[in-house]
Design a protein around this ligand. Sequence first.
Ligand SMILES: Cc1ncc(COP(=O)(O)O)c(C=O)c1O
Length: 432
Amino acid sequence: MVNISPLLSVRHLLALSLVLNVSLMLSVILERAKLEERLNLHPMKPKQINISPLNGDREVADNGEAILNLDHGDPTMYEKYWHRMGDRTTVVISGWQFTSYFSDPKNLCWFLEPELAEEIIRLHKMVGNAITNGYHIVVGTGSSQLFQAVLYALSSDTTEPVSVVSAAPYYSSYPMITDCLKSGLYKWEGDAWSFDKDGPYIELITSPNNPDGFIRQSVVNRSGGILVHDFAYYWPQYTPITAPADHNLMLFTISKTTGHAGMRIGWALVKDEIVAKKMVKYIELNTIGVSKDSQLRAAKILRVISDGSGLAHRFDGETFFGFSHRIMELRWDLLREAVNKSRIFSLPNFTPEFCNYWGRVFQPLPAFAWLKCKDGIEDCETLLRGHKILTRSGRYFGVSPSFVRISMLTRDQTFNLFVQRLSRIHSWNEER
Ligand SMILES: Cc1ncc(COP(=O)(O)O)c(C=O)c1O
């Protein structure tokens, strides 16, 4: 016979086994729920969505060990919004669908999915940031491919290499993309402010500008030049929409509009038919079109944004632009607070402007912070790297290394750790 201690009766054992079984069952149910959430088996219904712009992890404890990578402009901040949209943006494509190279053979841009074209026009009309009437839409594998198509289209008929310039601080990829193939058609000539070479030129105007967030105009101002406007950030979460843009050649990207950088979709609005045809030719030679799967996903995302952001819902914090604008406001407030505490950094000051989309005045909330180290600190990137904060030095943007560019579009936790850590840096020499 088993010798049961008088302290542990059969009743006690039965109760204990019941408690153990219940807790086992509960942990199985919890694990299953977590798995279902991860696999998104039960997407949230509209009424359950409650989007708070920042997680409750504002005060995450920082032991200074985590590496905070704010070098790339990877827009992971938006994941949270799309996660909570659940199945509303799901696209299902069967194996037999969309197998052809062609999307719309009668269109100048024969690889542009009509659904995407429709949603691009609809979104621009709703936001009021660009005129689409009278423009050809050329879709590209990101706006990076369109930039290359533009260079080809604007230089293929010239006898000497066309100079490519942009006012410093300029987007760090422009020089690298322009010169990577050592093309005889075009050549990077650097800062537009100091450009004085004769001959044809292309001026790239990024507005709002990457890296500093300012609204820009052409600076060269002489004949023989072609202007290309990169409007990656001309959206109402980042800057007041003051008028619909109507320049000859305008570039947009889904990466910074909705946060879907991995889809690799961008579009150009092109007035001149010959230029548009040459851009299409370049993309035909380069990649024989643009992924249809990505175009259809992009169309769905844009449709969900437009459906949810009509006049009746515009000011609702749960719309895409409402959410994104609020999160940018909060992040810029937190960053300015941290910079004031640290005292050795400074940020640009922007003039508030009236935004036609929001119907109110606000100060630009750029996707990048253009941080300057003061007190004679010459290498801001190295200073911050010492604190395990990775940024991109001003020298990649054609200016002094006392500046760095910092992505404002990272995930909550990284951003919150970053502002906490930044606020504690008071000098170059302090222990890191
Ligand atoms: C000004 C500007 N243009 C173009 C791009 C590239 O966009 P895409 O991801 O569509 O190639 C970026 C990305 O950071 C950008 O900042």
